[in-house]
Design a protein around this ligand. Structure first.
Ligand code: GCV
Length: 886
């Protein structure tokens, strides 16, 4: 065995034992079998790079790294056109100069695009990576390596790939302190304690990941911008980030605060039409460009969620965007002005109020008033990245303005880093939606890319999900969302299947069983998540005034944030029709509005997003809405349970470290899906008073409520009766109470997980909703660690082997210790030390511990002992005794 082979062998053996996920989809794992043979035949171990730019240098290093990793060969570097078979990287101009006889021409190649072309000259075969600019060379190199890694033939290539849109950016909501708003992958790779980090090696690693997807821009600070980002002392530090990204062709942008002229410039005003304000922006932007000459531009959030904007002076969003656009113009920079503008203090009692209308209401009249380097950045849905929304009508409205589609890669409302939800099918759904903006055939993707109305500065922006965690995104699988965003931004015509399949192969290897299992799972996760969190367009029924994670059916109601679903005793859904509702549907072009206006033609999965219907309303298949809600939640749980089993079947085929991490994640998600199912179903059954036709809701086989067990030290806490908040039941609210939510929600806190107290029964400080606890009650141990508490029950079923599920509450303020006994024997023990998003004892903290294979006989005593820690009370919800599946 050669030395190199030995090294690769050891590396691959180590890889099977453990991978951290740090290499993400750029693992370049050694190939074997036919894939290795075919690629070794096709890929020449000689490389010549005609271009001398640093970006082409990255391409060169990447090709060497990739071939070395996958094919166990170290390519020899040559210059010019080698007289032997080789990989040749060069711009078309360079290729034409060095190899005029090849007559390489590709008139349809555009900036950043690449052409992979095999040229045969005599006995020599050249794999050519051609482009018209440096970035194209890098992107083409990554494309070639991707093909090799996923086992595609590369012997005879003739493949042109141009980017679908010029703008392919990621935004970061990183705070200068180093925290990340809605970030679940650790602290910021850019910032720490108000400064740019000393060690930016992760930034350059990240640049490499972005470049592999063709992403060419990255904003480095939160859109809830800290005015200090414009302070002169930060400029040279920001320049270091730009330096780290530059070899990867990624240009940086900064998010700026609209009040900067006042807060940083010391002016008495930030009125965009004031001459001094105009001067401030010009000078400040000029200074930034002195430090970062290739700055891509700025991002701005104004008049939104407590941030000040042009309305302070009666000015328009166009006035606001243009004052900055004009400062950027001489440098070729763009401003991304966010369309996410709405009033978060709306009167919830007024049935005509609708946050969904806000983006269109704010921007459609301004079409044509924005400068040509201003881009309106529009979230995919009119509310806020919910599990399913109709596409924002504003996307189909602007004809004379650049627009960009904003997607959220970070899973704020999708279980954060705890759940496995692949968002590619969701994004595809939006991107392919025909807005009929110019007759049929104008899908969102084409509008966002500026193809329909010929806007040159358009494209796709994703709110990124990465941080300093080894695996980037807080878990192994969420990396697939960054990958998917990048691939879609490059080519939204790719299918979900193709993108997910590529990612699976790159991330977990080519074993067909592994690939088929993960592909099928990832393709279905969005719908699974929808089933147990927000079917029929209900949106995510999550704690929107708290952690945006825990189930909390009513958190969206009775407050000004406007994520209302208006479920009451008779029906559910937002009436957004023109005829009787908020008129939102009228914001679509007539062809789309016609479909949405009628309940009969609205697709079932958007029904409750667009209509208020009685619980007995029949869906297209004849099932009632209420029964569908019950069934979907049961279905979602079964689907997650199946993921656990499917993943277990991959044991030994995925390295142990990632195998175990994913298994733990899926098992946890299964427990949470049950919590969601029960809370939502119990709430709707209580509200509608229509029982589940299949008799499941409220009847859980094998469940023993903790409060009904024999308790020693534990005391019972009663969370009340599930159902509609009295504010929703009151027919005529007392004078003066209309529109006065309890505890006005505050603006979002940078880096904090919620929006302060108020609204529904959510928010910190408020007691958790009754349906968060099985039976509305839990038991808590307040005796302290010195005197553990216990809850016991006598087993009365038939003898056999069982799984024991203990549902307990894991809060961040302690690590309680649990022991599970059968008779005198300890059959399991564990510590409640998960880092969950939930900050209080509620559904988000409710956690399931499963002990499989426990032999039970009638009369056995099952005892759970809980030892509290810190502020955590070793609280228990229930014990469940279920026949063992294995
Ligand atoms: C950066 C939602 C999120 C906020 C985010 C905001 C936005 O409201 O909860 O954290 O703020 O969207 O997109 O500006």
């Amino acid at each position: 065995m050669s030395k190199l082979r030995l090294v690769s062998f050891l590396l691959s053996a180590a890889a099977l034992y453990g991978e951290t996920g740090a290499s993400a989809w750029l693992r370049y794992a050694p190939l074997d079998g036919p894939a290795l043979t075919a690629s070794r035949q096709a890929v020449q171990p000689v490389l010549s790079v005609l271009d001398s730019s640093p970006i082409a240098g990255s391409a060169r290093d990447e090709i060497i790294r990739g071939i070395r990793g996958m094919l166990d060969r170290v390519p020899r570097l040559e210059s010019g056109i080698p007289q032997e078979s080789a990989i040749v990287i060069g711009t078309l101009a360079e290729l034409q100069a060095s190899a005029p006889t090849w007559k390489l021409q590709k008139p349809d190649l555009i900036a950043d695009g690449y052409w992979l072309k095999t040229v045969t000259v005599g006995r020599n075969r050249y794999t050519v990576i051609a482009a018209i600019n440096e970035r194209g060379l890098l992107y083409g190199s990554f494309a070639l390596l991707r093909k090799i890694a996923i086992g595609e033939p590369v012997l005879q290539l003739d493949e042109l790939s141009n980017p679908y849109a010029p703008v392919r950016w990621v935004n970061h909501w990183d705070n200068l302190a180093g925290t990340i708003e809605r970030g679940y992958g650790g602290r910021s790779i850019f910032w720490d304690a108000g400064k740019v980090r000393g060690d930016l090696s992760r930034v350059s690693d990240y640049g490499r990941l972005l470049a592999s997807l063709g992403i060419n821009g990255c904003s480095i600070d939160n859109v809830n911008a800290d005015p200090k980002i414009m302070s002169p002392e930060l400029a040279p530090q920001i320049a270091r980030i730009a330096d780290a990204f530059r070899p990867w062709g990624v240009r940086i942008a900064v998010s700026v605060d609209f009040t900067s002229p006042q807060k940083i410039g010391g002016l008495p005003t930030f009125d965009p039409l004031d001459a001094k304000v105009v001067e401030f922006w010009k000078t400040a932007i000029d200074k930034l460009y002195q430090s970062v000459p290739d700055l891509a531009g700025v991002v701005m959030k104004a008049d939104s969620e407590g941030r000040q904007g042009p309305s302070a002076y009666g000015r328009t969003h166009a006035d606001a965007a243009n004052v900055v656009a004009r400062a950027l113009k001489p440098h070729g920079g763009l401003i991304f002005y966010r369309g996410f503008v709405y009033d978060n203090h709306m009167d919830w009692n007024n049935p005509k109020n609708d946050r969904g209308r806000a983006a269109w209401d704010n921007f459609h009249d301004l079409d044509g008033k924005f400068d040509d380097n201003a881009v309106i950045q529009i979230k995919n849905g009119p509310i806020d990245f919910q599990v399913r929304e109709a596409p924002s009508p504003l996307l189909g409205t602007l004809e004379k303005t650049n627009e960009a589609l904003e997607l959220q890669i970070t899973q704020e409302y999708f279980g954060q880093s705890k759940y496995n939800v692949n968002l590619v099918p969701y994004w595809k759904d939006t991107m392919d939606f025909d807005m009929h903006a110019k007759g049929a055939g104008t899908p969102v993707k084409a509008l966002a890319a500026g193809k329909v109305f010929h806007q040159p500065n358009s494209g796709f922006v994703g709110v990124s999900n990465i941080g300093l965690d080894d695996n980037w995104s807080g878990n192994q699988l969420s990396q697939g969302n960054l990958y998917g965003f990048g691939r879609l931004a490059w080519n939204p015509d790719l299918s979900s299947k193709q993108i997910i399949d590529e990612w699976t192969k790159l991330t977990f290897g080519l074993n067909p069983k592994v690939v088929d299992t993960i592909d099928a799972m990832q393709l279905s996760t969005w719908k699974t998540f929808e089933h147990y969190t927000g079917p029929l367009g209900l949106q995510t029924l999550t704690d929107i005034v708290g952690d945006h994670y825990s189930v909390n059916v009513e958190a969206s109601e009775y407050n000004g944030w406007g994520q209302w679903h208006r479920a009451d005793a008779k029906g559910v859904g937002m009436d957004r029709t023109v005829a009787t509702g908020t008129g939102f549907i009228g914001q679509y072009r007539p062809e789309v509005a016609k479909v949405f206006e009628s309940e009969a033609t609205t697709p079932d999965d958007l029904l409750l997003f667009l209509h208020h219907v009685p619980y007995t309303y029949k869906l297209h298949d004849g099932k009632t809405v209420i029964q569908y809600l019950y069934d979907a939640h049961y279905q979602g749980v079964e689907e997650v349970a199946a993921y656990v089993q499917q993943w277990k079947a991959l044991k030994g085929m995925v390295d142990e470290q990632r195998y175990n991490q994913v298994l733990t994640q899926l098992e946890y998600q299964h427990g949470q899906a049950i919590v969601w199912r029960d809370a939502v179903n119990v709430w709707f059954e209580a509200a509608s008073k229509i029982p589940d036709g299949r008799g499941r809701v409220g009847h859980w086989p094998g469940r023993v409520e903790a409060e009904s067990m024999t308790l020693a030290g534990y005391t019972v806490q009663d969370w009340g009766k599930p159902g509609i908040d009295p504010r929703g039941i009151a027919k005529t609210p007392a004078p003066g109470t209309r529109g006065a939510p309890v505890g006005q929600p505050g603006p979002p806190q940078a880096g904090a997980p919620g929006r302060g107290a108020g609204g529904g029964r959510g928010g910190f400080g408020a007691s958790p909703p009754a349906e968060d606890a099985s039976g509305g009650k839990i038991v808590v141990c307040t005796a302290g660690a010195a005197a553990p508490c216990s809850a016991s029950t006598k087993y009365t079923g038939v003898a056999g082997t069982y799984s024991l599920n203990v549902e307990y509450f894991d809060t961040p303020n302690g690590a309680s210790h649990y022991r599970l006994f059968v008779g005198k024997q300890v059959v399991d023990e564990w510590v409640g030390d998960l880092r969950l998003p939930s900050r209080r004892m509620d559904a988000g903290a409710s956690t399931r511990h499963t002990t499989e294979g426990v032999a039970l006989r009638p009369g056995d005593e099952i005892r759970i002992e809980g030892k509290p820690d810190g502020m955590e009370t070793a609280a228990l919800d229930y014990l469940e005794i279920l026949p063992d599946k294995n």
